[in-house]
Design a protein around this ligand. Structure first.
Ligand SMILES: [Fe+2]
Ligand SMILES: [Fe+2]
Length: 408
């Protein structure tokens, strides 16, 4: 995009000179990688953007004159491919929620240097993806990309607060009846192996922990954004069932492999959201989607999509999640859930999610579902370094799935 010097260009906007000086000091060591500019008002920020667009903007919310929400709305309209990050000390939630539709990521002031650096890094990793010509040519054709659900922002800001509590997060979720119902259903499934039936949301939150809850809220709300429009309800229901089972399978496999807690959460979130790219295709190209799904009876859907659009739902979903600032391991698992990366050693979560998806397809086909049977490519398993593990994984998924049916 904006590659005057080969570095990524980042614009910071804040009406407090001290804040900007602080940021400049904090990020001085990144000068070789990032070209940074600083603006004391939204108006000045827009002027700089007009001279030469930036790859990312980091903006305060409360500013005299044009505020951060208006500024980001303008950036979104005029330079849609610029990554938009809010960095705000504003405790006033109403302002935060005004920006929900326009910001990709939200950071609270004061911000740890590491948090800011990694948020920017993740956002700018998009440039590498955007460097992919095929994705770049598809993006302008998309009229709608799901925004981060408002409730997710709300929960995130609660979790980031110094005195975050399970109870308050539980209360936020409990206000949403259909989310609560789906959450209890998942928590009580055999896969979590909880000792007793959970009936209250705050209790579910304390048992699951914040990171699992974040993944759950995100995926349930993203799916519910699609409940309207031209997508057949049955297709959506089937995709949700598949996705929630892949999330649970992936988490089960990660637990069986005794991976650290963090990987369990990543596997779960990636499993739940692995096919989100299908929703983006369906929302933006409903007619093409119907045709592609028909064609996919003969060969894999991702191949059909790639033939038609240059990218598949795997890359498209990964793009969306990196835009939302979701961790790299999850993004990689989405990108590679049908094919391993061409270079480098994939992380363990990548292999787990790949297998969970293929196993879910296989089990669902056996159980009479209408999704085409997935195959675990032997070559892919070898490349992902999971070849020797898969039969054990299949066994536990079968066992859990059978318990699950007894439960239901
Ligand atoms: Fe997929
Ligand atoms: Fe899938």
């Amino acid at each position: 995009m904006n590659d005057r010097t080969g570095r990524a260009a980042v614009l910071f906007v804040d009406d407090e000179p001290l804040v900007l000086q602080g940021l400049e000091r904090l990020l001085r060591s990144e000068r070789d990688r990032w070209e940074m500019r600083f603006a004391l008002s939204a108006e000045e920020g827009l002027r700089l953007m007009a001279e030469s667009p930036f790859d990312a903007v980091v903006s305060d919310l409360r500013m005299p004159g044009m505020d951060g929400a208006q500024f980001l709305a303008q950036v979104m309209e005029r330079w849609p491919q610029t990554v938009r990050i809010v960095l705000s000390g504003e405790m006033d939630r109403s302002l935060i929620f005004k920006t929900v539709q326009t910001a990709h990521q939200y950071l609270a002031k004061p911000c740890q240097p590491e948090a800011l650096r990694s948020a920017l890094e993740r956002a700018l990793a998009l440039r590498r993806m955007m460097g992919d010509r095929r994705l770049k040519s598809l993006l302008p054709q998309l009229s709608s990309l799901p925004s981060l659900p408002a409730l997710y922002f709300e929960i995130l800001s609660e979790i980031q607060a110094p005195n975050a509590s399970f109870k308050r997060v539980g209360e936020l979720i409990a206000r949403d009846v259909s989310l609560s119902a789906k959450m209890l259903q998942i928590v009580n499934s055999a896969f979590f192996g909880l000792p007793r039936r959970i009936a209250s949301i705050p209790e579910a939150v304390s048992l699951l922990g914040f990171d699992t809850v974040k993944g759950l809220v995100l995926s349930v709300k993203v799916f519910s954004q699609f409940e309207v429009g031209r997508i057949p309800a049955r297709w959506l229901e089937e995709l949700w069932r598949h996705s929630s089972r892949v999330g649970l399978f992936a988490r089960g496999i990660a637990a069986y492999e005794k991976l650290p807690r963090r990987s369990l959460d990543e596997a779960f979130t990636a499993g739940l959201l692995h096919d989100v790219g299908k929703l983006i295709f369906a929302q933006n190209f409903p007619d093409a989607t119907v045709e592609m799904v028909t064609e996919a009876r003969e060969r894999p859907l991702w191949e059909v999509e790639t033939g038609r659009f240059g990218v598949s739902h795997a890359e498209l979903g990964a793009y969306l999640l990196s835009l939302w600032g979701i961790g790299e391991e999850v993004v990689a698992a989405l990108a590679h859930h049908h094919r391993p990366p061409e270079t480098g050693t994939p992380g363990r979560v990548v292999g787990v999610v790949y297998a969970a998806n293929a196993l879910e397809h296989r089990l669902a086909a056996e159980e009479g579902g209408s999704l085409p049977a997935g195959s675990l490519g032997i070559e892919i398993c070898r490349q992902l370094n999971i070849a020797g593990r898969v039969s054990g994984w299949e066994e536990i998924c079968r066992k859990l799935s059978a318990e699950e049916r007894l439960h239901a």
